[in-house]
Each structure stands twice: as C-alpha cells, then as structure tokens.
Design a protein around this ligand. Structure first.
Ligand code: MN
Length: 146
C-alpha cells in the first residue's frame, strides 16, 4: 500500500472517493456508541466520505452484529451502558473472523493509561472525543490501509 499524505487544504480534489468507486468497494464501519447525538454526527461525516455505517447501541448488540454482519473497521466507544468498550474489544478479538479487523477506541477518557488500556484490550488505535471532524476521515483511512 502506497503512503499518500492527505491534503488538508484542497478537499475539492477528493481522490480517495475516486479510488473507492474505481474498485467498486464501499468500506463498512461498525460504530458502537450509546449516545444518539454522536451517532448522527459520526454517520454524517463517514457517509460524506463514502463509508457505510452500521450501529450498535450497546455491547450486547455489538456482539450480535459481529456474528452476522460483515464490516471493515470498528469504532468503539468506551463508556457503554452494559459492559465497557475495553471488555467488549477483548471479547470481539476472540472471534476468528474479526482478528484482522481494526478496532479503534473512541473515548472522552483522557486519564493517563487509557491509551495503554485500549491497546492491551486489543484495539489498534485510539481517537479522542470530542472528535475532530476534519481529521476523522484521514484517521479512518489510515487504519483501513494498515
Ligand atoms: Mn458512551
């Protein structure tokens, strides 16, 4: 995979979108998030970038979806109403079909050690809330290409 720096200054030249259309693929992102406002915001950003989004509102739904749906990346909220995103990530990592799917922690937790904890749980990366809406597409693209 060739490294191509993202051009922050010229969004009119959206070559990523052309690439997705060229090979006929639309990446699907599973977004685990209990907050409806965050779901709407992130969906709007990702749809605009050509991604398809499926939601889980809690860990139970995420585990069910993980057994039935196909997706390319998981965005994982850490504070969930049933079990936390670290525990959920560790469980999802046990699914053989998910072992190569990037899981990105998405959390407002800023305490020291959160990054290490998410990596220990099996996350591939960490995006801090509030989400930088201009940077998110580039962050997603980065993890999809690894
Ligand atoms: Mn939450």
């Amino acid at each position: 995979m060739n490294y191509r720096p993202y051009n922050f200054w010229d969004r009119s030249n959206n070559d990523k979108e052309e690439d997705k259309q060229d090979n006929g693929e639309q990446s699907v992102i599973l977004y685990v998030e209990d907050n409806p406002g965050n779901r709407i915001l992130i969906q709007r950003i990702l749809n605009a970038e050509g991604y398809s989004v499926i939601f889980a509102e809690n860990a139970y739904q995420a585990l069910t979806i993980a057994e039935t749906e196909t997706f390319n990346l998981i965005l994982m909220d850490i504070n969930l109403p049933d079990i936390d995103g670290y525990t959920l990530t560790a469980r999802l990592r046990n699914y053989p079909r998910l072992q190569n799917v990037p899981i990105i922690a998405l959390t407002a937790n800023v305490m020291k050690g959160d990054r290490e904890r998410s990596l220990e749980a099996g996350c591939d990366g960490y995006i801090q809330k509030p989400v930088d809406v201009d940077a998110l597409p580039q962050q997603i693209e980065y993890y999809l290409q690894r």
